[in-house]
Design a protein around this ligand. Sequence first.
Ligand code: PLP
Length: 405
Amino acid sequence: MIPDKELERIRNDFPILSRGINGKPVIYFDNACMSLRPKQVMQAMNQYYEEYPACAGRSIHKLGRAVTERVAEARKTMAKFLGAKVEEIVFTRNTTEAINLVSHSLDFKRGDAVVTSDREHNSNLLPWQFLSKKAGVEHRVVYSDDNMEFDLERFEEAVGKGVKLVSLFHTSNLDGYTLPAREIIKISHEHGSLVMLDGAQSASHKQVDVKKLDVDFFALSGHKMLGPSGTGVLYGRYELLEKLEPFMLGGDTVQSSTYDSHVLLKPPEKFEAGLQNYAGSMGLAEAARYIEKVGKDKIEKHENELNRFISERLLQIKGTSIIGPKQVELRGGVVSFNIEGLNHHDVAIMLDESNIMVRSGQHCVHSWFNAHNIPGCVRASLYLYNTKEEAEKFLDKVAEIAKLG
Ligand SMILES: Cc1ncc(COP(=O)(O)O)c(C=O)c1O
């Protein structure tokens, strides 16, 4: 666990944790949906609006040059965060846009196949369903084993001939499970398939080095990693980015144009059409620096130890069941659960009455819930600022609620 003194310092950086609501502290366990933001991130964004509120790349005056420099710095920070080269970092609005960039820009042909898993977020499912309908691309789903772990044997069967892309969650927002990414990528490459990881839930909670993973594309969202909403990154191997045709065109993507032609800029600029979210990129980079300062391994360990404490005690409460692998060490910082006889939304509302914030429903993984005939669940998802005292309060409240079931 993060030592108490450090945890206190961290918590002081998040205004809502000190302020609370209606005089009561907030227990924020909805981090898989969106994390809180530290004041350093807000300051970095304010600094843009206060000190150099201008346009990057276009204007050569002092303010324009200052923004251009800060955006370049932000890109460098995100490249370091992921172990990538600077020119391999494309700023997007979020993970969804990053995945759609690839689904629209790779040269899919009729008869190509895409492989996903049985518990993808809609953002890594709908783009492939669309492509399947529109362009005749085959969409293959790999089903998890009985313990909700990735089934490498089934995967090897699915990743045969014709698979252009394997596109999988890295860490699941349903249950916190992280895939054996390296093996998956190795097998995929042996079969000549590219791999994209949806890193919305991983980059914020653990070490991710895209070069060590040897992954071809990697997507993340700023708002799940202490950064501003409306920010994200697509990492792409440079040789691949060079070949991709951007799916959005316009200002800032071209070197020059005539009435009937244009010459595109090189990656990443050719994918960043229109005026960008400069304050957002700066806030995102500040969030990455914040995470690195605390330490990704420390954060991962902290969340999982808290999860162990919660999961073990939760299962002692009559009527509770947890979704996902039995071993808590496979579920990162996520506890998705149900209480027999109680609706998941009712449980979330009762927790909210004590300012304990969780998410309830199908968490944008409708396909998995529908396939298993489960209406939904309550999800508590942890982050670096959560404490054991908060976990105890949460468990006491769940125990009280469970008596109603
Ligand atoms: C695993 C996963 N993929 C993709 C997304 C979509 O992220 P965004 O809405 O930021 O694009 C989420 C968001 O919850 C997610 O958890």
